[in-house]
Design a protein around this ligand. Structure first.
Ligand code: DAH
Length: 499
């Protein structure tokens, strides 16, 4: 039975299920979530400084573009308002296109990484394999490219396809739900290449030309018309065109972002879509949109119960460019409402543009890390990438919800850095530099102080960087060397003045 709680919020179910997990934090925000695309319409709109560089091709309607001096002086995101609360803003994007298109088709057949070495990633399977070189993805002298080596190194690792990994276990648990509820109906795809066109990532799912997600600050652009997908929705149109009517797509997605326990520039999503025919909605005595919305809610409430037990749920109205109406499903968990996924009734234009006129559909997208952190009690998103057997040996195929037992936590070391910012300063760019130097040894970057000197008209930021290894103690010497390199690169690449 459902009861209206707040405008736009319907509570479904009445009992709080699963035992409360002892997770360190429920600060689950945009990484692995849909909040980027759930931006309210009135917040949509890039300033000139946030748009991709001028050499980027214009989608239709054309983008107003600007030039950028080099890949480190990237524009900031509108979401940087979060910085005032001490958190660093995040971002991401997508695109599709030319040079990659031909190879994309063959790459899309199978993506099985043989090696994620520093210079080459081999992808392939099913008789065809291909190699992506670092030079194709990381081009430091190309102003339309903003992919760092740290991100290139993740392409093809496909954590979601490891059976004994929490992300693989969660993916398979979701598969089981769909297989039990709709036997033999949903087609599953989990090996598509993450390098997609801007068109696939944004235009095909009706992302407005000025939507924040297209910003160079928020998305990894491989070139002007190609991105590392920022969401698995990038594959909706292509799969519809292939004639699929019920599908689940899982993959790694990429967003320029903050650094903390729940944000990582690479994470994993699953997308689902189901079409309905006129025959189906007539048989149900409903119109097509009403049937899709009803089935969407029933299906996803069932999925949430399958994963979390008999939890209290609510539907929150939201905005996505690709759906109308659009919702987020929240569950009441560990004493808080937690977003589980974003979803809605697919825009007719997407269906018509991709050979599905005369149908309706529901679609959803969920972040695997966000859910896995809660289900397995994993306190830090970096752990998903760990090869430490003290982590990897704790999880077994089919065992959803095994609680992770922390191995000894090594002490963090904090270092502060203060500087006068320029207009072009962006926290995502700062984070990228820190991550480029310290890799997974950086746990968090937090804005701890900000003030403006009215006489000089200058603004100062002070960031606290937490260094901590999940696997060993760090020496003072090592941390001092990292911090010195951070200071040097921040000064030379970010047009700031160190204080
Ligand atoms: N692509 C969205 C995101 O990453 C998630 C999402 C929301 C996917 C609603 C959908 C959908 O298919 O209908 O933020």
């Amino acid at each position: 039975m459902s009861a209206l709680l707040l405008p736009g919020v319907v509570v479904v179910g009445t009992r709080v299920g699963l035992p409360v997990l002892a997770m360190a934090t429920l600060r689950l925000s945009s990484s692995s979530s849909s909040s980027f695309f759930a931006y309210q319409q009135q917040k949509v709109g890039l300033t000139a400084a946030q748009r991709p560089p001028s050499s980027f091709p214009s989608p239709s309607p054309p983008l107003v573009v600007c030039s950028i001096p080099d890949r480190h002086h990237l524009p900031s995101s509108p979401s940087s308002g979060e910085a005032s609360s001490g958190r660093i803003s995040l971002g991401f994007c997508t695109r599709q296109s030319s040079g990659f298109c031909t190879r994309q088709q063959s790459w899309n057949r199978k993506l099985a990484v043989v090696a994620a070495a520093a210079s080459v990633v081999e992808v392939g399977g099913g008789g065809s394999s291909s190699t992506i070189s670092r030079e194709e993805v990381v081009r430091e002298d190309d102003p339309t490219n903003n992919v760092p080596d740290t991100v290139f190194g993740k392409i093809g690792l496909q954590l979601h396809n490891r059976e004994n990994h929490p992300l693989g276990i969660l993916k398979n648990a979701i598969y089981s739900y769909f297989d039990e509820t709709f036997p033999g109906v949903f087609h599953k795809v989990d090996n598509l290449l993450p390098i997609v066109s801007v068109k696939a990532n944004f235009d095909d799912v009706l992302t407005p030309p000025d939507h924040v997600s297209r910003s160079y600050n928020d998305t990894y652009y491989v070139s002007a018309d190609t991105v590392l997908r920022c969401h698995t929705s990038a594959h909706q149109a292509e799969l519809l065109r292939q004639g699929l009517t019920h599908f689940l797509v899982t993959g790694d997605v990429y967003r320029r972002d903050a650094i903390d326990a729940t944000h990582y520039p690479v994470f994993h999503q699953m997308e689902g879509l189901r079409l309905f025919t006129q025959q189906e909605w007539e048989a149900a005595g409903m119109d097509g949109t009403a049937l899709a919305a009803q089935e969407l809610k029933k299906t996803l409430e069932g999925l949430a119960r399958h994963l979390f037990g008999d939890v209290q749920m609510r539907w929150v109205d939201t905005y996505f460019p690709f759906t109308d109406p659009s919702y987020e499903l929240e569950i009441f968990f560990q004493g808080k409402w937690m977003e589980v996924l974003g979803c809605g009734v697919t825009q007719q234009q997407i269906l018509c543009n991709n050979g599905c006129a005369g149908t309706t559909a529901w679609a959803f997208g969920l972040g695997l890390e966000r859910l896995a952190m809660v289900l397995f009690d994993i306190p830090d998103i970096r752990l998903f990438w760990s090869n430490d057997s003290r982590f990897t040996s704790q999880f077994k195929s089919g065992q959803l919800g095994t609680k992770f037992k922390s191995f000894s936590k090594y002490p963090p070391c904090y270092k502060d850095i203060s500087f006068w910012i320029s207009e072009e300063f962006s926290e995502n760019n700062l984070c990228e530099i820190v991550r480029g130097i310290a890799g997974d040894l950086v746990e968090e970057v937090v804005l701890i102080d900000e003030f403006t000197n009215p006489k000089k008209g200058k603004t100062s930021h002070c960031y606290r960087i937490a260094y901590r290894s999940m696997e060993r103690s760090l020496t003072d010497e090592e941390i001092n060397a990292l911090q010195a390199e951070v200071r040097q690169q921040v000064e030379s690449k970010l047009k700031i003045t160190l204080r």
